[in-house]
Design a binder for this molecule. Structure first.
Ligand code: FAD
Ligand code: SIN
Length: 533
């Protein structure tokens, strides 16, 4: 058994920020499924929303967040996160983060950072590192982590399940004591025990057939927390990003909303600017509105994509501002300075998750959840663009401060070894990959941008059948990363559907044709699911 003060599951912005804050005084293990940089964070493009502009204010950022959140945000949480943003941005800069500069100088001679705009923002307030903000964040945080001898990173280590008192058959209040972890290189399951366990495992885009997320985003944290008995909320609010590159060879490549922030315009294949009549902010309306408008435009016209046109901007400007998007499209044979970019909506962000307070504390003693895996109340029914990196920074810092003010005692009890089937199964690969595809396709078809009661019920039945099959596999055969991820996406699919069925209205990202309008009685009412027994 490996013992640490802190066990951090995930090496994106949330896990790394937390680890850095607690490290000087404690031993920390960071576990990550693949290599240390592989995370949703690493692919973030647009930037981090925070009030730094002269024409901006906390009040405006709060108002934009509440408006995007469609009556479901917790205003106290929004206010706290927005107001703490600038201090956390300063921390990042102190660690060495290089944001793009505007070229101007402030009155005191200091360099002014460039601010971009994204959907739903009434001001330019997004700090960015051109169109590779996440890559620069990971670079900065990993470099700082490398300077901390009390932090150990375990790559290719996948947490399977949380160890809890109740699962060990111990009486008293339930609590998290650590995790069972699969070492992908040795195929051995190890026990990691800790005073505090932090879920920083990111989102669940891979539950859907089309997503902007990388392969690690299989909802493991939500699934593990659910199995351990922690409350999960608002999983029906899955955000579909309006503009994922539509190209048979481009896997999950995002075309940042900042492209629209810098003047890009959505058009249908007839060249019409269809957002003109949909919302006063046109192509820069909040994401739920744009994604639905694209979906309806595609259904109306029968086209399999729409286009995003930025060709009216000078080529030099486009290439300087969006080098990653420009080069990637060029590799796929498209010059975005000359031709419009084919785009479609794709699953992007999980607004719900493990219920936490502002400091990341969950409903389970000893367990914290930070970043995309958590549901703090900031995003409500639809996240405002670039608010998630901000939330991860602020809440991870707050969690660390809170926990350091009174570190829980060490676990002294024994933790029994992992038990599962030991047979390897030749059939497994084909069954696992078939079930993966089936879940992702049925979630896309039945639990996507537009839902109905009947489709949700149909999806629920199919997922339940698949779960029975997965359950049998899970207990009889040797666990593999693919099987573990399959089990987790099935659990997350179940939770999304259960939350969607609980909400008899359309609000924000949850559109149900059988309940086409928001119901005022459901404003600010979370859909909470919890495993009993
Ligand atoms: P992640 O960065 O996803 O990290 C999760 C970590 O957990 C990974 O290291 C993973 O390996 C690990 N992990 C997962 N499961 C396990 C397990 N079972 N065991 C061990 N480790 C595990 N947000 C913004 O605010 N601004 C943007 O510009 C922006 N752009 C985006 C662009 C793209 C293409 C995508 C996909 C997202 C974007 N987002 C953006 C959203 C934002 O990037 C994420 O919400 C945020 O990075 C999540 O950070 P995190 O630390 O919570 O999780
Ligand atoms: C983007 O660059 O469009 C993504 C921003 C976000 O998801 O917040």
């Amino acid at each position: 058994m490996k013992k640490f003060d802190f066990l951090v599951l995930g090496s994106g912005i949330a896990g790394l920020t937390f680890a850095l804050r607690v490290a000087p005084r404690s031993s920390v293990a960071i576990l990550t499924k693949k290599n240390r940089a592989e995370s949703n964070t690493n692919y973030a493009q647009g930037g981090i929303a925070s009030v730094t502009g002269k024409d901006d204010s906390f009040e405006l950022h709060v108002r934009d967040t509440l408006e995007a959140g469609a009556g479901m945000c917790r205003e106290d949480v929004v206010r706290a996160i927005v107001e703490e943003g600038p201090a956390r941005i300063r921390d990042l800069i102190q660690l060495g983060m290089e944001f793009t500069e505007s070229g101007a100088r402030a009155d005191d001679g200091s360099r002014v950072l460039d601010l971009t705009r994204e959907g739903g923002h009434s001001r330019r307030r997004i700090l960015h590192a051109r169109d590779m903000t996440g890559h620069e964040i990971e670079r900065t945080l990993l470099a700082a982590i490398a300077r901390q001898p009390s932090i150990r990173i375990f790559e290719n280590h996948m947490a399977i399940d949380l160890v809890t008192r109740h699962k060990l058959g111990q009486a008293g209040t339930n609590a998290c004591l650590g995790a069972y972890v699969l070492d992908n290189e040795t195929s051995q399951v190890e026990i990691f025990s800790a005073r505090v366990t932090v879920l920083a495992t990111g989102g669940c885009g891979k539950v859907y057939l089309y997503t902007t997320n990388p392969d690690i985003a299989t909802g493991d944290g939500v699934a593990m927390a659910y199995r351990a008995g922690a409350p999960i909320a608002n999983m029906e609010f899955i955000q579909f990003h309006p503009t994922c590159l539509y190209h048979p060879k481009a896997k999950s490549f995002l075309i940042s909303e900042a492209v629209r922030g810098e003047g890009g315009v959505l058009k249908n294949l007839a060249g019409e600017e269809f957002m003109e009549t949909v919302h006063p902010m046109k192509s820069l309306a909040p994401r739920d509105i744009v994604a639905r408008a694209i979906d309806s435009e595609m259904k109306r016209s029968g086209a399999d994509h729409v286009v995003l046109d930025i060709t009216h901007k000078p080529a030099k400007e486009i290439i300087r501002r969006f080098p990653n998007i420009y080069q990637t499209c060029l590799r796929h044979g498209m010059d975005i300075t000359r031709e419009p970019i084919p785009v479609v909506p794709a699953a992007h962000y999980q607004c719900g998750g493990v219920v936490t307070d502002l400091n990341g504390a969950t409903g389970l003693e000893g367990l914290y959840a930070l970043g995309e895996v958590a549901c703090t109340g900031l995003h409500g029914a639809n996240r405002l663009a670039s608010n998630s990196l901000l939330e991860a920074l602020v809440c991870s810092h707050r969690a660390a401060e809170k926990i350091l003010s009174s570190i829980p005692p060490e676990n002294t009890g024994a933790i029994r070894a992992w038990q599962s089937g030991s047979a390897a199964n030749a059939d497994e690969l084909v069954v696992v990959s078939h079930n993966w595809d089936e879940i992702r396709r049925l979630m896309w078809d039945y639990v996507g941008i537009v839902r109905t009661n009947k489709r949700l019920q149909r999806a629920q039945k199919r997922v339940a059948n698949l779960q029975e099959e997965i359950h049998e596999y899970y207990w009889n055969f040797k666990v593999t990363p693919d099987l573990l991820e399959l089990r987790n996406i099935a659990t997350v699919a179940e939770l999304i559907i259960r939350c969607a069925l609980q909400r008899p209205e359309s609000r924000g990202l949850h559109e149900n044709l059988d309940h086409p309008r928001p119901d005022p009685q459901w404003a600010c009412r979370d859909t909470v699911v919890r495993k009993i027994g």
